[in-house]
Design a protein around this ligand. Structure first.
Ligand code: GDD
Ligand code: MG
Length: 347
């Protein structure tokens, strides 16, 4: 079976992390977000994936490639963004049978196989995965009848409307039949959530509710960091996680506090402490007498001696001068250079 994954967004809420790379390539515990999604799709029998791309397509293609664990990967591009609906319409040539369509920023343990079974049993035209969340205003809120028919789809209700409520939301995974795209014209911009789903209501449109699953939209820095911590703590399990990469070297008295992950070629200077809950990418270099805790450092980050780095995300190649302190959810974009004795705290 085929899956179409929407990866054309600019990842604005992840900036500056997405200034140089598309969201799908953002490393989640040292592997591109898309690899985690592809592993999940593969585990449910998907054999072919079409990435619907628009932003930073060269990097996307270079990093993700043409195959993944035996799955075939193809690409379809938009010159300018067609929105989540227009992008699916553009991929119509690939939708010649029951097809999975999903957002490209979802980390989940959702049972896609059970969802497919439900879709078939209901003879559904389109099935949408739902999961309950509290304060759901950042999502599409979906009401269903007893048998699962969708009664209402409301994209991003105002916070006042849903404050304090636990409601089923669109989990960003759909199963669709080819005929369902007839509502859209080629080349036009549509939001599948605002323009299309409301029109499906009453016409074989079902919601598949999953409780007690892991589900996270990695579209903001806070949720991205949370997902990384969840993986470190084991609440989302990934296969073959390399805790300490090849050629990692620790200076005398240096310590790594679990759970933490260090990418290959990384060096930790004398008497420094890494962790807990830190991820260091490949070829990072941490000076002497440093503390790096609850921090996500991408590849090639260099930290001078006597620094304290906590609760931060640094993109690749960041350099922090000696005796600096960076904390409080600070996010630094690729290649940022901080002078020695810098003091940075975002919150
Ligand atoms: N090809 C293409 N073209 N892809 C796009 C476009 C476009 O114009 N616009 C967005 N995308 C991709 C993004 O890259 C992302 O993977 C996915 O579509 C969803 O976009 P987001 O920007 O992440 O949407 P959201 O998180 O605010 O809301 C969506 O996801 C929620 C669940 O995580 C909606 O589908 C909500 O209803 C849903 O609850
Ligand atoms: Mg999202």
């Amino acid at each position: 079976m085929r899956a179409i994954v929407l990866v054309g967004g600019e990842g604005t809420r992840l900036r500056p992390l997405t200034l140089h790379v598309p969201k799908a390539v953002v490393p989640v515990v040292n592997r591109p977000m898309m690899f985690l999604i592809l592993s999940w799709l593969k585990s449910h029998g998907i054999s072919e994936v079409i990435l619907s791309a628009c932003y930073k397509t060269d990097i996307l293609k270079k990093v993700i490639g043409r195959s993944f664990q035996g799955m075939k990967i193809d690409y379809i591009y938009e010159k300018s963004p067609l929105g989540t609906g227009g992008a699916v319409k553009r991929a119509e040539q690939f939708i010649d049978g029951t097809t999975v369509v999903m957002n490209g920023d979802i980390l989940t343990s959702l049972d896609l196989s059970a969802m497919l079974k439900f879709h078939r049993e209901k003879r559904s035209g389109a099935t949408i995965a739902l999961t309950p969340v509290s304060n759901p205003s950042a999502y599409g809120v979906v009401e269903t009848a007893r048998g699962g028919s969708v009664l209402r789809f409301l994209e991003k209700p105002s916070p006042e409307e849903v404050a304090g409520k636990v409601l089923n939301i669109n989990a960003g995974v759909y199963i669709i039949e080819p005929g369902m795209l007839a509502l859209m014209k080629d080349g036009k911009v549509y939001s599948i959530e605002r323009d299309i789903f409301p029109k499906f209501i009453g016409d074989g449109f079902f919601g598949f509710v999953s409780r007690n699953i892991y589900w996270m939209d990695l579209g903001t820095v806070a949720k991205y960091s949370k997902a990384c911590r969840d993986i470190l703590e084991g609440s989302y399990k990934i296969k073959g996680l390399e805790v300490i990469g090849k050629n990692v070297k620790l200076g005398r008295g240096a310590r790594v506090v679990k759970p933490s992950v260090l990418g290959s070629g990384t060096y930790v200077g004398e008497n420094s402490r890494i962790g807990e809950l830190s991820v260091l990418g490949k070829n990072c270099a941490i000076g002497k007498n440093c503390v790096v805790e609850r921090a996500i450092l991408w590849d090639n980050v260099k930290i001078g001696d006597n620094c304290v780095i906590s609760d931060c995300v640094f993109a690749g190649g960041v350099k922090v001068g000696a005796s600096s302190s960076v904390s409080g959810e600070t996010v630094l974009g690729e290649g940022t250079v901080l002078a020695p004795y810098s003091r940075l705290r975002s919150k």
